[in-house]
Write a protein that binds this ligand. Structure first.
Ligand code: ADP
Ligand code: ADP
Ligand code: ZN
Length: 228
């Protein structure tokens, strides 16, 4: 056994949902609970922008206006990360795929290494809730733990629950103007993936208007079942 066939022992999940649905929040929890790797193309792209790579230079303005970065760039970044050994034990795709081209590329990439998407879970929220969630979002600068001004504040004001850090940051694209364009991009380009995954029989939907803990409970049950 060369270790490349992993579909029997682990899961590879796609979290679908609009900006602010709670993908990142829940992916971190699944990562901790099940030892899966969270793979966020938004995080990978922000790292590329910060590092000033060619891909990052091309992506910066696109992200600032709330449009989708080109499939070529995103797929290339994803392909590199997916080849890392830690990904063999199971991955949570957070914010990828976002177009049909990306979904087809992901299937092909997974198949190359004997892997497949085990479950695609759609987090369903109202458009109005997304705007509220995004405009109140902030993260710990040290460990990346996510917070919200109203829905998830640190237990001790100004101190990260996870790492004790005291520096927090907000994303440049989490503003009212950009959110509208991000929602339009979601409905036009990403929402069709719900049908894409329904057609392959791996789709489950979750009511993501519930509070964070209830969404976590629903999601944990789905993943535990997939692992059983
Ligand atoms: P996404 O990764 O889908 O864009 P996040 O996980 O970053 O979304 O969540 C967006 C914001 O909403 C964060 O500030 C997070 O703390 C908050 N949030 C996440 N899930 C919920 C929920 N179920 N109810 C209320 N707020 C939530
Ligand atoms: P959110 O879940 O709040 O929309 P992300 O961090 O997933 O935020 O994405 C931030 C931005 O990065 C997106 O608005 C888009 O410009 C870009 N991006 C992230 N993932 C992709 C992707 N799979 N395809 C194209 N663009 C992407
Ligand atoms: Zn922290």
């Amino acid at each position: 056994m060369d270790g490349s066939i992993t579909t029997q022992t682990t899961v590879n999940l796609v979290l679908l949902g609009p900006p602010g649905a709670g993908k990142g929040t829940q992916a971190r929890k699944l990562q901790d609970r099940f030892g899966l790797v969270q793979l966020s193309t938004g995080d990978l792209l922000r790292a590329a922008v910060a590092a000033g790579t060619e891909a990052g230079k091309a992506a910066k303005a696109v992200m600032e206006r709330g449009d989708l970065v080109s499939d070529d760039i995103v797929i290339a970044i994803l392909r590199d990360r997916l080849a890392d050994p830690d990904c063999a034990g199971g991955v949570i795709f957070d914010g990828f795929p976002r177009t049909t081209v990306q979904a087809e590329a992901l299937d092909a990439l997974m198949a190359e290494t004997g892997r497949a998407i085990t479950a695609a879970i759609s987090l369903e929220v109202d458009d109005a809730a997304m705007v509220t969630r995004i405009s109140g979002r902030f993260t710990c600068a040290g460990c990346g733990e996510g917070y919200h001004d109203s829905f998830k504040t640190p237990v001790v004001d100004g101190t990260c629950d996870s790492c004790g850090g005291t520096a927090f940051k907000r994303r440049a694209d989490d503003n009212a103007e950009t959110v509208g364009q991000r929602l339009r991009a979601y409905h036009a380009q990403t929402a069709p993936l719900i049908d894409f995954y329904a057609a392959t029989g791996v789709l489950t939907t979750i009511d993501a208007m519930q509070d964070i803990d209830r969404v976590e409970t629903d999601l944990t049950a789905i993943v535990a079942k997939a692992l059983a």
